[in-house]
Write a protein of this length. Structure first.
Lengths: 105, 480
């Protein structure tokens, strides 16, 4: 197994862990971290798989840089919302997706 | 278009960024007039572009003269032109509505966020490679989440958080798919991938296709991945709900359609039954929830869940001829116009009656005839009664399904229309009933902009049924 493939396989595992985390965890901070884990997994696959014959390919590196910027922005927004939610209600989870209903339905 | 400065493709993305930034710099609650001027200019640009595409075929532009893969390639074909026209048109009317809907301080950052949202959507409709599509997808998602949260109540924050996590998982899965595709083929250009991906594609490509489809279905809120939509769309202020329901879910649908017809054209037909089956379930479940719910905006939001289902019924029919594609895109346009009208009509009804329950509309036909009429016209298009745009879309869908022997699709489409009639008449019946509380409520008249914008959108969704030929002819040049 080449080192590129090893990175890609690790990326797959990390992505799956992150995906599971976002969907299964309750605590908002953990879910936000899990989302970042998902992103890291995808970046690892992007850079790992693209290494043909040992020479790195610059295009996926540029993509990963862009992806990191996007992930930082998304994380900042998520953290801001989580802080506001905590300030308003004192809670740090919003319930499993789909289970919580509005106040009157 | 020899002039390199006047390229509509570029200005359609730059203009909203420009007015959004200016609105942000001018401070809270400012920038409405700027936005309306910008949107009017964008609508003109989109019309010029559509005319250009109708005559000369698809347009390309390489941003800054940098070639791919480092540069950004913009591509516009008939499908992009239809989506661009719909987006600029609906947003322009919604902006006029929003200017009189929001009281100062109610949603101070609406204008910048709306501008970033429109810029993201326009960029999405124009992007020619899968990675830039990922970036635009995130731009749209983040701006939309911001709009949901901008009201600041606990309920809205919770809806925004749930929406954000769903949308991030969706685009994360999409990005993972892009990574696998790049690893397999060394390119993310949509047109190149279309030629490279064949029936003998390796497992990684199937996995990529599955992840991208799954992620985008989550963002489009197809049943059973719709859980985030009703609280987000039902809880946001009316102009925001209208933007999200009419346009934002269509952006990810557009991307699914692009991938389906482009890079994955040779793999997709083998799983076409899956989106259709989910679509049929969405129609039944969404309609049922809309019939049951007791809040007016939730009713309209669940109606969106149901109407999204129709968009996915076309997938098994896409293989032969253009009729299925035309049916799908006409439904996107008809639903976009009708749902925007319905959400802002519902917003006006709630604002005036001060009651967000369905029961709150009791007796409003007397006091708000134009708004109730707009709601009814939008309902006509959702039910698919002639001569509305919704009718034309459904008629095309049903006749294509029957021609190909897919009787069940025709059955679901007809049944869904009947269910839509139930929830639309549930509201209208109450609106025309004599209100016992009528004497106690002061007869407040809403601003004309609130009533007539909803009417204009609803009338447009009806008129689409009569004047659909330009839309259909724009789609002539689109694959397959």
């Amino acid at each position: 197994m080449s080192s590129g493939l090893l990175y890609a396989a690790t990326g797959c595992v990390i992505f799956a862990l992150g995906l599971g985390g976002v969907m299964l965890l309750d605590h908002l901070l953990r879910r936000i971290l899990a989302f970042n884990l998902m992103g890291s997994g995808a970046f690892l696959v992007l850079v790992g798989l693209a290494q043909r014959d040992g020479t790195p390919d610059p295009v996926p590196q540029a993509m990963v840089l862009t992806g990191i910027v996007v992930a930082v922005a998304a994380t900042a927004l998520a953290l801001t919302l989580a802080r506001r939610w905590h300030a308003l209600t004192g809670r740090d989870e919003i319930g499993a997706a789909g289970k919580q209903r509005g106040p009157d339905d | 278009m020899t002039d390199t400065f006047f390229v509509p493709l570029v200005w359609l993305i730059l203009l909203p960024l420009l007015w959004a930034t200016l609105a942000f710099m001018r401070g809270p609650d400012r920038g409405g007039r700027l936005a309306i001027a910008g949107l009017a200019a964008q609508l003109a640009l989109a019309s010029v572009l559509a005319g250009d595409i109708a005559v000369h075929g698809p347009r390309n532009h390489v941003v800054g003269g940098w070639p791919e893969p480092l540069g950004i390639a913009l591509v516009a074909d008939g499908l992009s032109a239809v989506m661009l026209l719909l987006t600029q048109g609906v947003t322009l009317v919604l902006a006029i509505y929003a200017r009189s809907y929001f009281k100062p301080g109610a949603s101070p950052w609406f204008w910048p966020l709306a501008g970033f949202l429109v810029a993201g959507m326009n960029a999405l409709f124009l992007s020619g490679d899968l990675f830039n599509l990922y970036v635009t997808l995130e731009l749209v998602g983040l701006a939309a989440v911001g709009l949901v949260a901008a009201g600041g109540t606990a309920e809205q924050i919770a809806a925004a958080l749930r929406y954000l996590l769903a949308t991030l998982v969706g685009s994360g899965a999409y990005l993972f798919g892009v990574a696998l595709l790049y690893g397999s083929y060394g390119t993310v250009s949509a047109s190149l991938l279309g030629e490279l991906v064949g029936n003998d594609a390796p497992l990684a490509v199937w996995l990529a296709g599955g992840l991208m489809l799954g992620g985008l279905l989550l963002k489009t809120a197809l049943f059973p991945l719709h859980f985030w939509l009703p609280p987000a769309h039902g809880g946001a202020p009316a102009p925001v709900s209208a933007l999200l329901s009419a346009l934002v879910v269509k952006a990810s649908f557009f991307l699914i359609l692009r991938l389906w017809l482009g890079p994955f054209a040779s793999l997709a037909p083998q799983i076409a039954w899956l989106p259709a089956l989910l679509g049929a379930s969405a129609i039944l479940w969404g309609s049922w929830m809309a019939i049951k719910t007791d809040r007016l905006k939730m009713l309209v939001a669940y109606s969106t869940v149901a109407q999204i289902g129709y968009l996915f019924l076309i997938f098994p029919l896409l293989g032969s001829g253009k009729l299925a594609l035309q049916a799908g895109v006409l439904h996107v346009v008809a639903h976009g116009l009708a749902k925007a009208a319905m959400f802002i009509a519902a917003g006006t009804l709630i604002k005036i009656s001060g009651n967000e329950r369905v029961l709150g509309v009791t007796g409003t036909a007397d006091r708000l005839p134009v708004t109730v009429f707009a709601f009814a016209l939008a309902g006509v298009s959702l039910m698919g009664l002639p001569p509305s745009g919704g009718f034309l879309a459904k008629w095309l869908l049903i006749s294509t399904a029957l021609a190909q022997g897919q009787v069940w699709i025709a059955g679901v489409a007809i049944g869904g229309g009947l269910l839509a009639a139930v929830y639309v008449f549930r509201v209208l019946r109450l609106a025309f009933r004599f209100s016992t509380a009528g004497d106690t409520i002061p007869p407040a008249r809403p601003a004309a902009q609130l009533e007539w914008t909803a009417f204009a959108l609803a009338a447009a969704s009806i008129a689409l049924g009569l004047f659909a030929m330009p839309v259909v002819s724009l789609l002539e040049g689109v694959a397959p």
